[in-house]
Design a protein around this ligand. Sequence first.
Ligand code: PA5
Length: 471
Amino acid sequence: MRYSKKSMKIRMDYNNMMSSVLGKEGFTEKQLSDMTDDLSDAFDAVEKGKGKGMMGWVDLPYNQDEIVEDILETAKNIRKDYEYFVVLGIGGSALGPIAAFQAICHMHYNDLPRRKRKGPKFYVEDNVDPERMQALLDVVEVEKTMFNVVTKSGSTSETMTQYLIINSILREKLGDKAKDHIIATTSKNAGNLIKIANKENYKTFYIPDGVGGRFSELCPVGLLPAAVVGIDIKGLLAGAKFMMEECNSANVKKNPALMAAALQHLSMQNGKNIGVMMPYADGLKFIADWYAQLWAESLGKNKTLDGKDCNVGQTPVKALGVTDQHSQVQLYAEGPFDKVITFIGVDEYRASVEIPNGCEEYPNVNFLCGHTMNELIQAERQATEYAVTKAGKLNYTIMLPQLNEFTLGQLLMYFMLQTAYAGALLNIDTFNQPGVEEGKNATYALLGRPGYDEKRTELANAPQKQNKYII
Ligand code: PA5
């Protein structure tokens, strides 16, 4: 699908972060201009890093022509031949596919009849809750299912456990044909999954070395599941490319991702340790989950690049407009001044629903009649923005003209660039996750993985829980 770049450009409105609108809690033009050198350094660091080390994700909108064709061909066959498509993965190998599916596909995609869906039912298994695995096996027929095993390291316990279970069932039912039901998405040169895939002759897609889990939605990790459910992946990549061009300046006023990073940085410096993301669109509900991982895992660090202790980061909180107006907004408005709220709005929803006439004798209900749900959700977004601004709480709004592949691609790239700039401003390694690795290694030790004896001893010698503290 072709999109008009101009009419589909996403916008960032940061009025409510500025003192001229918000009052004393807001930031001044001077505070922003005082950051010019730091912002310029952060911009340069990201520019210099592009395409190198763990910044391979910036190249994804440009360097995947061949892979995209392979993905489209593979997806076409899966759409035709399989009734179910199941992603087995966790963290960055699952959150992007979930977010894109929710954003673009029909809200009740799996409940639609096959002729309307045109593709298989879609599931992402991103946990090892045995009840959930059993529930999946209750609803899919494995002989009609394609399983996409996604793990960059090729060794994550959760994903490999799921693989072991599914492969065993497939082998029992289908013998050698099991291999036609598994696609591996993993590193070309590292980990166990690639070895297994080569031995078993699985169709394989590669995760580029320079693309970490949480930055991987625009590589085969996200593109294959997206194409299978009918998402226009070229549109997604075109949107991401457009955002790369929009963020091509060290001038913070001309670079929306740099502006977001600057404002978030100032917020963190002012003790705003919580970042709420509140989209006013059910389609964007899981973008908040995807962003939570991106922001938390990238910025939550205890050492600067030059080895100094730091303990930085901002806790991401997910909320959904308008649902969470009736849950969390009371806290946002009247609670502590410890947050910055990012609202996401949509100008034109993909459906329009009128509120019909009725309840004429009840004017306090009847005032709704003649409006649309579209008007209601917009009014509620504006009203909440107004209420938290009146309460002096930092907030800004990202507006999408529509929710489609092109705007979603922009949004994903915007947040990834914002994160890279924010990490550079904090002078940390944005792309590692030693805290996650620690937990992974402890799990390996607890379950007896070879080579983890030392970790096992460390765990055995850790302070033991005392019964007196369990009541
Ligand atoms: O962002 C990351 O790197 C992590 O959250 C990973 O995505 C997650 O731990 C899963 O790792 P893997 O893809 O190696 O299975």
